[in-house]
Design a protein around this ligand. Structure first.
Ligand code: SF4
Length: 180
């Protein structure tokens, strides 16, 4: 299966906890005012790549503890993203996914779309919601505006209630601040 991508970074420290490979999906319907990646909006732009070729690139990154799906909007390509997510998890890597959709919207559509349901089920952290210029905060780890949440999806699924990631209270803000 093929993916339409805007880019790939083999090692990133700003797209979730630890060192991560980041995949930038092409195509985004949200059109947030002040978006830093407008080149990712057109779903026809970017480059087409097979999941197997992308996995080969990920396997070369020996320092990573996880993979991040960023954008663009990864849920626009939910069926391919879910297949890729399974292969990432099979390597023992954790998965962080960004979405311009709020968590509640994704859960609502997941009842109609098994690929979205599957992608949510194998995601560790979901960083949700659109970028809002009026809520912009440069000091937030892993996200650009205060309305966006870092949701511990694994724990959320276990508890049945939305659980924000506790790592943010355990020194990650300091670590990321100094790492930058
Ligand atoms: S969701 Fe992200 S990529 Fe899409 S318009 Fe908003 S900030 Fe840009």
């Amino acid at each position: 299966m093929m993916l339409q991508l805007a880019g790939f970074k083999a090692e990133s420290i700003v797209d979730g906890p630890g060192v991560r490979a980041t995949i930038y999906f092409q195509g985004c319907p949200h059109r947030c005012h002040g978006c830093h990646n407008p080149e990712t909006h057109d779903p026809e732009s970017g480059l087409r790549i097979s999941i197997s070729d992308l996995m080969a690139m990920i396997k070369k990154s020996s320092a990573i503890s996880g993979v991040t799906f960023s954008g663009g909007e990864p849920f626009m390509q939910a069926s391919a993203a879910a297949l890729l997510a399974d292969q990432v998890r099979a390597l023992g890597l954790n998965l962080v996914v960004y979405s311009g959709y709020p968590y509640e919207k994704l859960i609502a559509v997941s009842y109609l779309d098994p690929s979205i349901r599957h992608l949510l089920a194998v995601t560790w952290l979901l960083i949700d919601g659109p970028f809002l210029k009026g809520e912009q905060d440069f000091n937030l780890p892993f996200r650009g505006s205060r309305n966006q949440r870092v949701i511990d999806l694994t724990q959320t699924m276990l508890e049945g209630n939305l659980v924000e990631w506790k790592g943010l209270d355990n020194g990650y803000e300091q670590q990321v601040f100094f790492a930058e």
